[in-house]
Design a protein around this ligand. Structure first.
Ligand code: KIV
Length: 299
C-alpha cells in the first residue's frame, strides 16, 4: 500500500482564547503548544492549527546562544514576540516574562506584563514560580492580563535549584508543588506549565485543578503538552533533554544543504539557468550596440 502524506488544509480557524483552554480541559481534548521566536515558524504553526504559541525565554538559549535564560531582556522578548504575532493570527499567543521583569515589584510586573500585550502583540503572559509570585500574578490579572503559571523546573531559578534538574521527586517536594499549583489556580492563572516533574505527580495535580496543565517532561497525564520547537525539530543539538521527541532532524538536513550549496558554488553548479534572469536577445544586442558605439568604448 502506498503511503501518501497529507498536508492539513489551511482553514481559517477561530481564535484560540484562554476560555478555549478551559473548554478543552472540560472536554478532555489535549491542548497543543509549541515555542516559536520568528514570523515564518509562527506562520506554519498557526496554519496547521497548533492551539498555542509560546514565545519562551528559551529564546536566550536556542536562538541567541546564551548559556541559560537569565540574560534575556524585555527588549529581546518583545522583538521576537512582535515577529511571532505578525505570523500567527489564531493560536493563543503567550509571552514569557524574562528574569527580573516581574520579581522586583508588583508595579514593574504589571507594567512589563502590559508591554507584552501593548508592544509585543501577545494575548497573555507566562511567569515562573509558585507562592512567592502570588502578589505579582494577582496584580497582573487585576490589570486585565491573563497569566499562565510555570512550576517544577523553573529555568530562571537554575542557580537556586542547583542545575536543570527534575523537581517534585520526594513526597515533601511533591506536596509543596501541589500546594503551589492550587494557589496559582486560586490566584486566577488560566493554565499552568509543569516542567520536569514525575508523571504520577503531574497527573495527580492535573486531576485536582479545574484549569489546564501544560506539561513539558511531565508525562501524558497533563491536559496539554509543550515543547521547545528547535528541540523537537532536531535543530538545537547542544544538549537534548530526555523528554524531547525529535520529529525531524533539521540539524542534519541543514548541514547537508549548506555543504551541498558550498560545493555547488565552488563547482559553478549554482546558480543554474533556472535561477538566473535573462535579458531579451534583442534588448541585449541593442545594449551591446549602444555601448560599443560610444566614443572611448575601445570597440
Ligand atoms: O521558555 C520556554 O520555552 C518555556 C518552556 C520550556 C515551557 O518556558
Amino acid at each position: 500500500m502506498s503511503t501518501v502524506s497529507v498536508i492539513p488544509p489551511v482553514v481559517t480557524r477561530k481564535k484560540v482564547t484562554t476560555l478555549t483552554f478551559r473548554q478543552k480541559k472540560e472536554r478532555a481534548e489535549p491542548i497543543s503548544m509549541l515555542t516559536a521566536y520568528d514570523y515564518s515558524t509562527a506562520l506554519v504553526m498557526d496554519q496547521v492549527g497548533i492551539d498555542s504559541i509560546l514565545v519562551g525565554d528559551s529564546l536566550g538559549m536556542v536562538v541567541l546562544g546564551y548559556e541559560n535564560t537569565l540574560p534575556v531582556t524585555m527588549e529581546e522578548m518583545l522583538h521576537h514576540c512582535r515577529a511571532v504575532s505578525r505570523g500567527a493570527k489564531s493560536s493563543l499567543l503567550v509571552g514569557d516574562m524574562p528574569f527580573m521583569s516581574y520579581q522586583v515589584s508588583t508595579e514593574e510586573a504589571v507594567r512589563n506584563a502590559g508591554r507584552f500585550l501593548q508592544n509585543g502583540g501577545m494575548d497573555c503572559v507566562k511567569l515562573e514560580g509558585g507562592r512567592e509570585r502570588l502578589a505579582a500574578i494577582r496584580a497582573i490579572i487585576q490589570a486585565g492580563i491573563p497569566v499562565m503559571g510555570h512550576l517544577g523546573l523553573t529555568p530562571q531559578s537554575v542557580h537556586l535549584l542547583g542545575g536543570f534538574r527534575a523537581q517534585g521527586k520526594t513526597a515533601a517536594a511533591a506536596k509543596r508543588l501541589l500546594e503551589d499549583a492550587l494557589m496559582l489556580e486560586e490566584a486566577g492563572c488560566f493554565a499552568i506549565v509543569l516542567e520536569s516533574v514525575p508523571t504520577q505527580l503531574a497527573e495527580y495535580i492535573s486531576s485536582k485543578l479545574s484549569i489546564p496543565t501544560i506539561g513539558i517532561g511531565a508525562g501524558a497525564g497533563c491536559d496539554g503538552q509543550v515543547l521547545v520547537s528547535p528541540d523537537m525539530l532536531g535543530m538545537f543539538d547542544r544538549f537534548t533533554p530526555k523528554f524531547v521527541k525529535k520529529y525531524v532532524d533539521l540539524h542534519a538536513g541543514m548541514e547537508k544543504a549548506f555543504v551541498d550549496y558550498m560545493e555547488d558554488v565552488q563547482t559553478h553548479q549554482f546558480p543554474g539557468a533556472e535561477q538566473s534572469i535573462f535579458m531579451d536577445a534583442g534588448e541585449w544586442q541593442e545594449f551591446l550596440k549602444n555601448v560599443q558605439s560610444q566614443p572611448g568604448s575601445g570597440d
